[in-house]
Design a binder for this molecule. Structure first.
Ligand code: 0RA
Length: 217
């Protein structure tokens, strides 16, 4: 499928956010969190991530951390960019990712973490992989500098922190209860997966893990 993948920039997402995340109201804002979490859940379904942590930070940004394989860091021979940069800055268009297909299906799932990047004032990603730690940041979806090695690590995983763009969203206030309810549902649907939520400002936190899956419901 790689050869038929069409990569597009994020201009379309910024011009028509609703087509990608449904709306730019409170609901759309929360979709940003779910989109990033979905990527971590895919890493759990693939058999790697066992834990996902969502932090509502004091500055209004959100951090999603997982202990999956980490986004690939190798440079793509054709695009001359790291896997991290390609995943964060390009829309994977064509085939089932066709915008018409999304409109039919409701257009809310699996549109990719790059949409979140395009709709964020800034986004920072840290990847632990190959015994190393890497970092990259973006400004309104635009790369600030190439992926940089920032240290060593014996762990694997991905940490994404984003600040939603106030020029795009009608509200920037994440609701602990809204996110908590969704994460609880996701924990039911993904038996054994540990999902944590933390609110920095208040110290509120919750941890969801259901070994029996939906049967525990
Ligand atoms: C592309 C390929 C692989 C993993 C990921 C993306 C990935 C993306 C996200 C986003 C949040 N957490 C993530 N974890 C992984 C596979 C990597 C491999 O083959 O080793």
């Amino acid at each position: 499928t790689d050869s038929i993948q069409v990569l597009e920039g994020l201009a379309a997402v910024k011009q028509n956010p609703a087509m990608y995340i449904g709306s730019t109201d409170e609901r759309g804002l929360h979709h940003l969190v779910y989109e990033v979490v979905d990527n971590s859940i895919d890493e759990s379904l693939a058999g790697y991530a066992t834990e996902i942590e969502v932090s509502l930070n004091k500055d209004g940004s959100v951090t999603v951390t997982d202990d999956g394989r980490g986004i690939p860091v190798k440079e793509h021979p054709k695009y001359k960019k790291s896997g991290v940069e390609l995943i964060m800055t390009t829309l994977h268009a064509g085939g089932k990712f066709d915008s018409k297909a999304y409109k039919v299906s409701g257009g809310l799932h699996g549109v990719g973490v790059s949409c979140v990047n395009g709709l964020s004032e800034w986004l920072k990603v840290k990847v632990k992989r190959n015994g190393k730690e890497y970092f990259q940041e973006y400004d309104h979806g635009n790369t600030v500098a190439p992926l940089k090695e920032i240290g060593s690590s014996d762990k694997n995983g991905t940490e994404i922190t984003f600040m939603p763009d106030l020029e795009i969203f009608e509200t920037l206030e994440f609701k602990y209860e809204t996110i908590s309810k969704r994460l609880r549902e996701l924990a039911f649907l993904n038996a054994g997966l540990n999902i944590k939520l933390l609110e920095e400002e208040t110290g509120r936190q919750q941890s969801y893990k259901f070994d029996g899956g939906i049967r525990e419901f």
